[in-house]
Ligand binder design. Structure first.
Ligand code: SF4
Length: 62
């Protein structure tokens, strides 16, 4: 599984970092994905972060 943050859409709210800090990290006023592949133990929170992103900026690829 891969997670991708659309840098254009991200508003920098920080919610994804709070929800899934193993995968998402704030980099200035945008979120970035820290891992090339989402570890198995972080899949649920990565999906949750994508679902809850207020800007719908996170996409998940299997
Ligand atoms: S939850 Fe969405 S809008 Fe907020 S920082 Fe993360 S990617 Fe950006």
């Amino acid at each position: 599984m891969k997670a991708i943050v659309d840098q254009e859409a991200c508003t920098g709210c920080g919610l994804c970092e709070q929800t899934c800090p193993e995968v998402f990290e704030m980099d200035g006023d945008k979120a970035k994905v820290m891992v090339e592949f989402v570890p198995d133990g972080s899949r649920d929170c990565a999906v949750q972060a994508a679902d809850e992103c207020p800007a719908s900026a996170i996409s998940i690829e299997e």
